[in-house]
Design a protein around this ligand. Structure first.
Ligand code: FES
Length: 186
């Protein structure tokens, strides 16, 4: 299910919780089907409120530092901390310091190194996010995170998930308050 919102004249798409982490709708598909750019589909800082710190704290980015990913960075003449540093930089730019970033052991997609996984505290293991390729979605890991565009895509997917989760929690709180208020009038 996709909800279409107009926020101060800016078109934004939100994807409900049931499809958010494990659904099959990708940012690319949304952009294609709606003839919008991917940057319009993924909410950006300029267009939205700051990321909610509590929701950010539920997310952890896992940067693989195991052998294949480290070797691939070497072959590409990237610094061993290049992936970690690039994601750290995106996090700072988004003022999302509560998002955790950790180095990890092998994420299981060595042939498509360097890899990045995303954990959410409500789920076991890494999660799949909109914006992943089909293969990434299946493995629940971002593959070949090499260029700035790759890092932007990873961060965009994470930021999108944080915003959706924040909105859902807000909706759930509103619904709970409504039910409570209704009960008081009965
Ligand atoms: S070494 Fe990084 S995914 Fe296996």
């Amino acid at each position: 299910m996709v909800a279409f919102l107009l926020v101060e004249g800016v078109s934004c798409f939100l994807i409900c919780r049931t499809t958010r982490l494990f659904g099959r709708i990708s940012v690319q598909e949304l952009a294609t089907s709606t003839k919008m750019s991917q940057s319009d589909v993924i909410l950006s800082d300029e267009e939205c409120d700051p990321l909610d710190p509590a929701t950010c704290a539920d997310f952890t980015l896992l940067v693989c530092r195991a052998t294949s990913c480290s070797k691939k960075r070497q072959i590409l003449q990237l610094d061993e901390f290049a992936t970690y540093g690039a994601l750290y930089n995106r996090r700072e730019l988004a003022s999302a310091q509560h998002v955790n970033i950790e180095e990890s052991t092998c994420l299981g997609s060595c042939q498509l190194a360097p890899c990045v996984g995303v954990k959410h505290e409500d789920y076991t293991g890494t999660v799949a996010l909109e914006g992943m390729t089909d293969n990434e979605f299946e493995k629940r890991v971002f593959h070949s995170v090499i260029t700035d565009d790759d890092v932007d895509r990873v961060w965009g997917c994470v930021e999108n998930a944080i915003r959706i989760m924040t909105n859902e929690e807000s909706d759930e709180e509103d619904a709970a308050e409504y039910e409570q208020a209704k009960g008081e009038y009965v």
